[in-house]
Design a binder for this molecule. Structure first.
Ligand code: ARG
Length: 460
């Protein structure tokens, strides 16, 4: 008995085993591409008719049939059939039920191999554009907080040990820089997705005088893809997206980690708004920075999606292989994850309340200005290495008597074997102002960086 319900039934005696059918079906994953599938089919049918490959009447029947299929899918009235392997099969099957033979002509000069990657790129371009716009919102929120905290000074850390004071704005602008590079990456993904695979057929091109420029233009692509085998057998546009998503995930994970720590009672630099926190089912006092914690964790998932696709692609001979069907689960998971993350992080950043006094207090009374003292001695003519050692000894003497560097007096200086020097101002304010270099944390430099970042954001 031939399995005529399948697109490929003619060559087969019997239908697939149920166990294989369940493995082979991609409909649960790719049904979200239905709009793009219909969009691609509309363009293909219109081109076939324009080229005289199918008749004008068949072209019209297909177009109105596709409208009806789209309407059914839109209102949730579309009934999927057990033999609908994937969204392409489902749409063509229903179209043929509705309009008969013209539906059977739609797949002339087309393969699901060029169809699926065309659909996927249409989807990816939309997702990339939307996510780029949302990323701009996050950058805007960081810039607003940076502007509001231009004069908030926090300890900057290395090895999570207090190192030097920095403007909070400078710290937040570091994330803006990371996100700007993420923007460059997503723009590259968008550009790499701008060639239409439609017309590549199964792998070799097709035996009809199709107009690939026409379908490419109608679908909003820059032009047709150049090599049919690469077009149906490659997925590096998707890998590019997953790299972007992974790198963005890493950036948001680090930002999330900072917020978790900053919001701890031990540190207390920021209060995360209730709207981005949750409570404990047992401990009545808890207000936990869950949005930041989830951002910290999601990078792993994005990296796993990226690793998954790269794993599927590695070693795969040209051209299309069914392995490629696995691409979309990774892509969609990453798109969904980024769609969840970016708005939540934007809201969390926008509503966060920083505590400038707590930030400043963490900068005072310790040794954050040690390098400023060493620099002062260098300006007095000391060799840097000797100044470094002398200040190191002074830090040790201050630690022994329990005072901060700015409070060091004759006792500490003597204990460190130093002459009775006049100490320069060693407060956090003086320290940040001293870092008056391009890319540094002095007020004028940070103001300039903020202005430059705002100007750049207007170009997004
Ligand atoms: N569902 C398939 C996919 O996602 C569509 C392409 C199927 N092509 C084929 N030759 N069986 O990749």
């Amino acid at each position: 008995m031939s399995d005529g319900a399948r697109l490929w039934g003619g060559r087969f005696d019997a239908g697939p085993a149920e166990a294989f059918d369940r493995l082979n079906a991609s409909l649960p994953v790719d049904r979200r591409l239905w709009r793009h599938d219909i969009q691609g089919s509309r363009a293909h049918a219109r081109m076939l008719a324009a080229q005289g490959i199918i008749s004008a009447e068949d072209g019209e029947a297909i177009a109105s049939g596709l409208d009806r299929v789209a309407a059914e899918l839109e209102r949730g009235a579309f009934e999927f059939a057990p033999a609908d392997e994937d969204i392409h099969t489902a749409v063509e099957r229903r179209l043929t039920e509705l309009v008969g033979d013209p539906g059977r002509r739609l797949h002339t000069a087309r393969s699901r191999n060029d169809q699926v990657i065309t659909d996927t790129l249409l989807y990816l371009r939309e997702a990339a554009d939307a996510q780029r716009a949302r990323l701009a919102g996050l950058v805007g929120a960081l810039l607003d907080q940076a502007e509001a905290n231009l004069d908030t000074i926090i300890p900057g850390y290395t090895h999570l040990q207090r190192a030097q004071p920095v403007r909070l704005a400078h710290h937040l602008l570091a994330y803006v820089r990371m996100l700007e590079r993420d923007r460059v990456r997503i723009e590259a993904v968008r550009a790499a997705s701008d060639q239409s695979p439609l017309g590549s057929g199964a792998l070799a091109g097709v035996g009809f005088p199709i107009d690939r420029e026409m379908t490419a233009a109608e679908l909003g692509f820059e032009g047709p893809s150049v090599n049919s085998m690469e077009a149906v057998g490659g997925r590096d546009q998707l890998a590019g997206y997953l790299h972007f998503a992974t790198q963005l995930g890493v950036h948001l994970s680090r930002l999330g980690a900072e917020f978790v720590w900053w919001a701890s009672e031990e540190v207390g630099f920021v209060e995360v708004d209730e709207a981005f926190s949750s409570g404990s089912s047992m401990l009545p006092q808890k207000k936990n920075p869950d949005a930041a914690e989830l951002a910290r964790a999601k990078a792993a998932r994005l990296a796993a999606d990226y690793a998954g696709l790269v794993g599927v692609m590695s070693g795969l001979p040209l051209a299309y292989n069914k392995d490629l069907q696995e691409d979309k689960a990774f892509l969609f998971d990453a798109v969904d994850t980024v769609d969840l993350l970016v708005p939540a992080m934007t809201g969390m950043v926008a509503t966060a309340r920083f505590r400038p006094e707590a930030c400043r207090a963490a900068c005072e009374g310790g040794f954050l200005a040690a390098i400023d003292l060493a620099d002062h001695l260098v300006r007095e003519g000391w060799p840097f290495r000797r100044a470094h050692e002398a200040v190191g000894s002074l830090v040790r003497a201050c630690e022994a008597t329990g005072v901060g560097l700015a409070e060091a007096g004759p006792d500490e200086l003597a204990a460190a074997g130093l002459p009775d020097l006049e100490l320069p101002p060693l407060d956090a304010q003086a320290s940040v102002e001293a870092k008056d270099v391009f890319g540094g944390t002095a007020r004028a430099r940070v103001e300039l960086a903020l202005m430059a970042a705002r100007a750049q954001l207007r170009e997004w």
